[in-house]
Design a protein around this ligand. Sequence first.
Ligand SMILES: [Mg+2]
Length: 261
Amino acid sequence: MNVHSPQFKELRKKCFLRLLTMHYQSKVGHLGGNLSCLDILLVLYHTILKPEDVVVLSKGHSAGALYIALWSVGLITDEQLEQFHKDNTLLSGHPPASGIPAIAFATGSLGHGVGLAAGVALGKRLKKSPGRVFCLTSDGEWNEGSNWESLIFIQHQVLNQICLIVDLNGLQGFGSTNEIANLHPLDEKFKVFNMETVTIDGHDAQELNRELDKLSEKPRSIIARTRKGSGVSFMENRMEWHYLPLTEDQYNQAIQEISLQ
Ligand SMILES: [Mg+2]
């Protein structure tokens, strides 16, 4: 799908609305980080992915955005979405270990997705299997040492099927990423690991499409600057939306704002 098309714009709106409704009906939080990465996932699933590619959602607390992206390409049903975060559901608050073929790994314990992606990439190489491996991380989870160990491995093996995407919204569970453990400049750190690195606007579908589509001799990392709570005025760049579920009034306002975009 062309990201400039009216169809993509409509699809985007439909997905943002459905994400808000799904979380509201299930009284689930984590909306801020889900909204910050939904544009990334929609461009990935609608314009980039091939059947042989693998996606690892390292920031597992954004499972809602992943489910919505999968639903929008027909890999999760309406009935399954209706069961989000309910008893005995397949669609829990973090991605499940099994039951949804498009989801390769249970994630949510942060700092593990990059290592999983590295293992998949090495496996593809050893089996001479085609396909790329996309791993979406948060920015806060780069506090985790296991990520940096994985970069040592990725560099050593030159796993150029890997494309890391950092949802750089500048916030994590307890405050601003710069105040808690400042990793700026993250792009320079990735370059030290011999990665091809670019920083883009993580809500610009054209930039996302262009950079996600690129192949390289080196492993790639895309630092996507985003806004936590993107698209909803009272949520944007506010840490508390890491946690809070929506009240009825907030839900109605959020729906109205997205509908007008
Ligand atoms: Mg963050």
